[in-house]
Design a protein around this ligand. Structure first.
Ligand code: UD1
Ligand code: CA
Length: 454
């Protein structure tokens, strides 16, 4: 039968103490809600409804490119009230899965079990927690059958000792859901319409209720505070690190890597401690990344070594390059193979040809550097005239002496040598030495300054 999934994401998340809607807080670099939507998609539903309310525009904007049925819950009056807002758009003959936007790590396999268990009745996802905290408790009768779910605030001291909690996810038919929603009221501690009442209503009617237990407590962990978010982030990073290790990546310490996006690694990649990967990062075979590097949206080809403390962003790096320590590649950098970028070198919107080297203290902005060029220490491309940016071209086999300033637009022709300390603002001829600096003079009559007494 056709599956339709509803994700509840309208709450403000008061306990987050933030202006950002709760479901947009990032876990592993992506909004909490993005994780839930991705999991939902994997189940192949006909439709995904997201009930949103708090920060509605911001939430919609964050998922603009996705095919989602948005349902507005202008006033948040409880989890059942949220579902009620969507019912007019849910197909009457659909199977329905209800998920929460703030419970991001539930697994596809677990939800498949939940859907299967529902049959013609109701299935709810539960878990045994050592610390059931503020979760709703699953109350069972003497024979072990699920009787109802009670919120912590409404629970008796005895019920509070129950360790089996309600994850808040349910599978059932749209037909049953619609019927039961009509009977849910808000007579409880929070004066809210509780979705948890579905359980009591099903039991009351004699409809089969099946509790499906999640394998790991983290699958049902909801994010309600910054503290819970931080804990879940650590857990998520641990899962990512384990996957990397399984695929053959060497991690100096799996507890000290942060992947906030997607990290794709070839064979025999090794990553030292405290590296952060953002967006989509691809590391080719045998790539080594030193300690304390930050890589955002970069592609690093096979055999390249990134030494410690590099910051690389929106760049493509060729094979067998050597970067750093302390190198910075800014957006639009393309390095061919065997390029060396050394300490305190910044490169922006520039291409460097095969075997080019800039090893020390240099700025290359809006520059095309040919093959085998050697850029001396302290070289600066002056790409900005206060109004516009201009390009510098350094053709193949040039040698740029230390401390040269190349004032763009300017072209250094093939095989040129530039004398150290030169300021070059005109194109140079190929294969010649060009020097542009004041001639050195010594003043024989010069006397060192004398300190005045008193
Ligand atoms: C809920 C359950 C509790 C369960 C827990 C699991 C109820 C009454 N309680 O409690 O049994 O153990 O989840 O995490 O269902 N939301 C809306 N509109 C609303 C209210 C909530 O869309 O009017 C959304 C929230 O954005 C959130 C989700 O529903 O994504 C859960 O709401 P929340 O207020 O966090 O419920 P809990 O108190 O955690
Ligand atoms: Ca919650």
């Amino acid at each position: 039968m056709a599956l339709e999934i509803l994700i509840l994401a309208a709450g403000q998340g008061k306990r987050m103490r933030s202006r950002l809607p709760k479901v947009l807080h990032p876990l592993g670099g992506r909004p909490l809600l993005a994780h839930v939507i991705e999991t939902a998609r994997a189940l192949g539903p006909v439709k995904i409804f997201v009930v949103h309310g708090h920060g509605a525009e911001q939430v919609r904007e964050a998922f603009r490119s996705q095919n989602i049925e948005w349902v507005l819950q202008a006033e948040q009056r409880g989890t059942a009230h949220a579902v009620m807002q969507a019912m007019s758009r849910v197909s009457a003959d659909a199977d329905v899965l209800l998920l929460y936007g703030d419970v991001p790590l539930v697994r596809v396999a677990t939800l498949k079990r939940l859907l299967q268990a529902a049959g013609d009745g109701l299935a709810l996802l539960t878990a045994d927690l050592d610390d059931p905290a503020a979760y709703g408790r699953v109350v069972r009768d003497g024979a072990g059958h699920v009787k109802r779910v009670v919120e912590t605030r409404d629970a008796t001291p005895e019920e509070r000792t129950i360790r089996e909690i309600n994850a808040g996810f349910y599978a059932l038919s749209a037909r049953r859901l619609a019927a039961w929603l009509k009977r849910i009221d808000n007579r409880n501690a929070q004066k809210e319409y509780y979705l948890t009442d579905l359980v009591g209503l099903a039991v009351g009617e004699g409809t089969p209720v099946t509790a499906v237990k999640a394998e790991a407590p983290s699958e049902v962990a909801g994010v309600n505070s910054k503290s819970e978010l931080a804990q879940l982030e650590r857990h998520y990073q641990k899962l990512v690190a384990e996957k990397l290790l399984e695929s053959g990546v060497t991690l100096a310490d799996p507890a000290r890597i942060d992947v906030r996006g997607e990290l794709v690694c070839g064979a025999d990649v090794s990553i030292d401690v405290n590296c952060v990967f953002l967006g989509r990062v691809e590391l080719g075979d045998d790539v080594r990344v030193g300690a304390n590097c930050i890589l955002r949206n970069v592609k690093v080809a096979a055999g390249t070594e990134v030494l410690p403390f590099c910051h690389l962003e929106d760049s493509a790096i060729g094979e067998r390059c050597r970067l750093g320590p302390y190198a910075r590649l800014r957006p639009g950098t393309e390095l061919a193979e065997d390029v060396h970028i050394g300490n305190f070198v910044e490169v922006k919107a520039s291409r460097l040809g095969a075997g080019a080297k800039a090893n020390h203290l240099t700025y290359l902005g809006d520059t095309d550097v040919g093959a085998r060029v050697n850029v001396g220490a302290g070289t600066i491309t002056c790409n900005y005239d206060g109004v516009a940016k201009h390009r510098t071209v350094i053709e193949d086999d040039c040698f740029i002496g230390s401390d040269a300033t190349l004032v763009a637009p300017v072209r250094i022709a093939r095989g040129s040598y530039i004398g150290a300390g030169s300021t070059i603002n005109e194109d140079t001829p190929p294969g010649q030495l060009t020097i542009a600096r004041a001639r050195q003079v010594s003043i024989p009559s010069w006397k060192p300054p004398v300190k005045k007494k008193g």
